[in-house]
Design a protein around this ligand. Sequence first.
Ligand code: THU
Length: 139
Amino acid sequence: MNKEEIVKLIKTATEQLSYSYVPYSGFKVGAALLSGNGTVYTGCNIENAAYTPTNCAERTAFFKAVSEGVRDFRAICIVGGPDGKLTSYTPPCGVCRQVMMEFCNPEEFEIILATGAGDYKIYRLRELMPEGFGPGNLK
Ligand code: THU
């Protein structure tokens, strides 16, 4: 990915913070998921009074894409913080990493953590999910 594409994803992810529904934690997360055909699917976290139905921003983005027939992904950018203040990186939770394992090549899929356009770090899924379980393990 070039710098321009990365900055665009960071901006798109940051815009999603305004849609976060977080009455319980106050911790807003935004995501921008880049598909193989160049379309970007967005997501925010959506909390629930029963707590466990809460959906993370990353999974919101993945499920939006998959529900529209898209299963080929290149990268996801994730931003978040208390009340939407981007003071540190927001790494994906274990459940979201597992969803990534389902649809993404762990050696290629990129996870961009950012606090702003000028401060980001890029990981491959394999780095965040060593020895992860995926569809290939069922064969
Ligand atoms: N959250 C995400 O949206 N993505 C992550 O990967 C980390 C956690 C959300 C879930 C919950 O709404 C809030 O952040 C605090 O855990």
